[in-house]
Design a protein around this ligand. Structure first.
Ligand SMILES: [Zn+2]
Ligand SMILES: [Zn+2]
Length: 229
């Protein structure tokens, strides 16, 4: 659609404010903004997985931190930014708000509740990635959403960068029995992976279920030791 006065008010990107190229005429956000936002949505998938893993370790530490075995299972220090980004109201809710607004503008039905943040975030990201070209082309409020995605991406990176400083955190001793003896090697966890692996005996725990098993085994071992002593 060409309007006669277009050359007098040269259109600009509603996200970054730069003049649009002729090839971008009619768009609401420029191509570089679309590209960068698409990359951020892609990276958010990985960032959120790490946030979710860290939060689970923090919660696990709090829940499993039985008073008597406190010294055996050093707590992973809970960090508010990580916990709040992982919780309802965090990344999942903020992405859902954008998705709902886009669906509203497209005249589509609002998607039903999608489970935990860990289940919902990949779906929101898929929706937003698929519909980003439309939004940059035709969605009036795309500028503020491009900015919100940039902010969310930055907050996740920031929250995780604190975690990386201490590197790995101690999560207690290896409870695996080998020939009647407990391995007992110091176990560590890192936010970069959800796997906890014993460097001494090679036992490994891969995910949240695994960590629960690990906590249970650690507590059983420490109870056993106390009874024997
Ligand atoms: Zn732009
Ligand atoms: Zn071991």
């Amino acid at each position: 659609m060409h309007q006669p006065d277009e050359k007098y008010a040269w259109p600009t990107c509603t996200a970054c404010g730069r003049d649009l190229w002729e090839a971008e005429a009619g768009r609401l956000a420029c191509r570089p903004c679309e590209t960068r936002t698409g990359e951020r949505l892609g990276e958010l998938a990985t960032l959120f997985r790490q946030i979710n893993t860290s939060a689970a370790l923090m919660r696990g530490a709090r829940r499993g931190g039985a008073p008597t075995s406190g010294s055996r299972t050093p707590p992973i220090p809970p960090r508010l930014e990580v916990l709040s980004l992982a919780a309802h109201g965090g990344v999942a809710t903020r992405l859902r708000d954008i998705e709902d607004a886009w669906r509203g503008a497209l005249g589509w039905t609002i998607a039903p509740w999608r489970g935990s943040p860990g289940q919902a975030v990949p779906e929101h990201l898929r929706f937003l990635t698929n519909n980003l070209p439309w939004a940059c082309d035709a969605y009036d409020s795309v500028g503020q959403d491009v900015e919100e995605i940039r902010r969310l991406h930055a907050e996740c990176k920031q929250a995780l960068s604190h975690d990386r400083k201490p590197g790995r955190v101690n999560v207690g001793h290896c409870p695996v029995e080998i020939g009647g003896d407990v391995c007992g090697a110091q176990l560590t966890a890192s936010t970069a992976t959800s796997r906890i692996r014993c460097q001494a005996c090679g036992a490994q725990w891969d995910d949240m279920w695994g960590w629960r098993e690990l906590r249970k085994a650690q507590e059983t071992v420490s109870v056993g030791e106390r009874t024997a002593a």
